[in-house]
Write a protein that binds this ligand. Structure first.
Ligand code: MEV
Length: 313
């Protein structure tokens, strides 16, 4: 057992995620397919004088009170394990755009749990980390998707809700962030209202989204990326039918397809935030990225990744 303060510094990182298929319909128990991507958040815990308050550098130095996810992790871990709430500093560096539908808060939460638990030598199984991560997100946001914290913890591509890991090769995605902010809670609420008002229309739309995940899983596993792209386009049309599109997302999706994407769609709750395009190659990804930059997007060329939560050396 390593005593407190014996480690000077521990760093952990965790990835963001995109949905191939099934956001919104997953809320109604339909299958979805989500993939971890190579944008990460790094959280470092440094030793500090024993009585000093926890400061979080994220990236501006700020007090723990102003960083709700980190604060909630510290509170939850200190309630369950005998660890102090002072005497260390936390540094956050993130490549993931915030509140943009690709799981920035889950990556921050999971990396923070990983870094602090390792700093204090608390042995947590990955499933415990994913579950605590979800509890932290729920405590901060009121409600949260367990998918985000699961994917951030484990990496890879998963079929949800079964959490079946799919054994498939690496993909190249181009992510376009419209930089319009959105609220997942509001959008999930608006879709619920639509479904309550028009169950015989919206119910079958949800079934169709679930079927896209079923077909998509088989196509992904068999490497049929052109077909996967077509189904992503179809999924995008269904998401737009639910009213979660915006003009910018619509434009970004069609620009990405014209620039050579196999398929493109809203990812996450929509109402702004990000879209994701599946690219057949690195060269085409550059074309897609250039085209999206011309539309005013913040653009990220990324790969799918098998690496979930990881301690950095
Ligand atoms: C948000 O990233 C995904 C949604 O399906 C909500 C959820 O799964 O909780 C819209």
């Amino acid at each position: 057992m390593i005593g407190y303060g014996e480690l000077d510094m521990v760093c952990a990182s965790a990835p963001a995620k995109v949905y191939f298929f099934g956001e919104h319909s997953v809320v109604y128990g339909k299958p979805a397919i989500a993939a971890a991507i190579s944008l990460r958040t790094n959280v470092t815990v440094h030793s500090a004088p024993p009585s000093s308050h926890i400061y979080v550098n994220a990236p501006k130095r700020t007090s723990l009170e102003r960083t709700p996810y980190v604060r909630e992790v510290v509170m939850m871990l200190s309630k369950q394990y005998d660890i102090p709430t002072s005497g260390y500093w936390i540094d956050v560096q993130s490549e993931i755009p915030k509140a943009a539908g690709i799981g920035s808060s889950a990556a921050l939460t999971v990396a923070t749990i990983g870094a602090i638990s390792s700093y204090f030598d608390i042995k947590l199984e990955p499933v415990e980390i994913a579950s605590m991560g979800h509890a932290v997100e729920r405590a901060v946001q009121g409600s949260a998707s367990p998918t985000d914290t699961w994917i951030s913890t484990f990496g890879g591509v998963y079929r949800i809700p079964e959490r079946r890991r799919l054994s498939i090769s690496e993909f190249i995605f181009v992510i376009g962030d419209t930089q319009e902010t959105s609220s997942t809670k509001k959008l999930v609420g608006a879709v619920k209202t639509l479904k309550d008002n028009y169950p015989s229309i919206i119910g079958p739309l949800m079934d169709a989204m679930g079927a896209l995940s079923d077909y998509g899983e088989t196509l992904l596993v068999n490497g049929k990326l052109e077909e996967v792209g077509k189904l992503m386009n179809l999924n995008n049309s269904l998401l737009e039918s639910l009213g979660v599109g915006t003009d910018a997302l619509h434009k970004f999706v069609s620009v990405a397809i014209s620039a050579g994407a196999l398929g493109a769609k809203i990812t996450g709750a929509g109402g702004g935030g990000c879209m994701v395009a599946l690219s057949p190659s690195k060269d085409v990804a550059k074309n897609i990225a250039n085209a999206l930059e011309k539309c005013g997007g913040e653009v990220y060329v990324v790969k799918s990744t098998d690496i979930g939560l990881r301690l950095e050396v």
